[in-house]
Design a protein around this ligand. Sequence first.
Ligand code: PGA
Length: 259
Amino acid sequence: MTNENRPIVIAGNWKMNKTIQEAVLFIKELIPLVKDSSAKVLLAVPFTALTACLNAAYKTNVIIGAQNVSDEEDGAYTGEISAKLLKDAGAQFVIIGHSERRRLYNETDWIVNKKLKRALHANLIPIICVGESLNERQSGRTELIVSQQLLQSLAGITTQQLQYIIIAYEPVWAIGTNVPATPQIAEQALSFCRNVIANKWGKDVANKIVIQYGGSVNEENAKIMLEQPNIDGLLIGTASLKCGTFSKIVISQNAKVRI
Ligand code: PGA
């Protein structure tokens, strides 16, 4: 299923990196390099750098967001940040259910689903991450796991709401390992995700929803990934930490040909 109207969305996920000063320097350097990009350029920054990054990116095409959000609305949850607080700080999007959160902080699909609803309620664009582990792939359970994660994470979401959600397919074995999925494997998985969405919510919205690939994306493989018909963008960890590398990846999307 292809659609030349889907935007290209390139998102950097800085994880637990960058002081305020480093973050601001990066953004100032990035702005002129990506100002003519037709892709949407997103940076998921640490909470501590949100305000400074928003100021640095003010009135540019660089969109600033967060890497996590609480599943609770407000109240006595020491250390948590709610969707309302993120929105208040100016964040425009939030990554939810990244495999590091699922694996290291026991985030289940049920929690991801609660977080997703909080984000939507606060008008934050959620990027919902799904993806199988190496063991799950090797035992032939990729499709089962990915469809379960999608359907459970998106439970109760309407077709209307789905239009504001971005999906990121990130196989766990490819994250931070320097072992990206081949473009064929990535395309196959993204096409599968789109079909799961089409079967549950209909072809129209499945054709509109943005699905990213993530996992060891770098300057060398970004272009070919984006040439795949179902890959609408990239979620980038390591390679988003260096401005030169990240900007080259953003620019490489100009080569995308929609068939
Ligand atoms: P990576 O991380 O690009 O370093 O593999 C991707 C991610 O965690 O989203």
